[in-house]
Design a protein around this ligand. Sequence first.
Ligand SMILES: [Zn+2]
Length: 275
Amino acid sequence: MRLVPAPAGSGIVFRRTDLDNFEIAATGRNVAKVSYATSLMRGSVLISTTEHLLSALIGYGIDNIIVEINNLEVPILDGSSLPYLQAFEQTGLKQQRRRREYMRVLKPIEVTDGSKFIGVYPGDGYEIDYTIDFPQPIGYEHLRVDLATGDYDRLIAPARTFGFKEDEAMLRNMGLIRGVSDESAIILSRTGVENGPLRFSDEFVRHKVLDLIGDLALAGKRIQGKVVAERAGHAMHTALVQRLLRDRSSWELVHGEIEAPAMERVPARLQPVTV
Ligand SMILES: [Zn+2]
């Protein structure tokens, strides 16, 4: 995979270099299927496991980029978005001469599925309030962060994905987690963490916030509002994006102020992310 600067206003676009540079834009309109990961599809071409890279791009402040990839699955790396941030840090960012657009939420949009819930509400920053309630050993965790003022790099990016040991064979059979190992996920058994220590005592909910940020990137614009999620996952996250995109009266586009954080950004030079 290689991340290449793109012109202002072009957004995030995946390019399959193994399929004649076929392009798939990172938008909710291209969401294909969601179970253990979020996949995009255009025509019959797939890009799977997009959420950690998209989360890193939003968290680090990158708006326009071409993601060249010679495979259908985005590299899992260590299961978090930290390695991407480290690559961006080495590369540096360039401001583009165009004000960033935000999707400012005007009215509540809510999606419910049994005990799963997600909603987005008007608000000044980009606040996320996430609650999970998994079987043991995870249990109940809650986190609230404001990403407009908060510290994505420190609080969210290092949190790794997780899975139960007994699900691993099933996931492999489904063609997922091609790259997973002890080094690329927190592996759980019913009694505890198999490959500790955790990076945070509440690493699980932090990773869910990481996933949510990546999935909401599919709105195509940075969100200004408050998101509340309870027991949600990729299917709920992307359902919310699709509801937002469909209901044009629920948000308006506003421009950022002309100051550093509100300018669109791309990586400053080509920098392969090697895996
Ligand atoms: Zn994840």
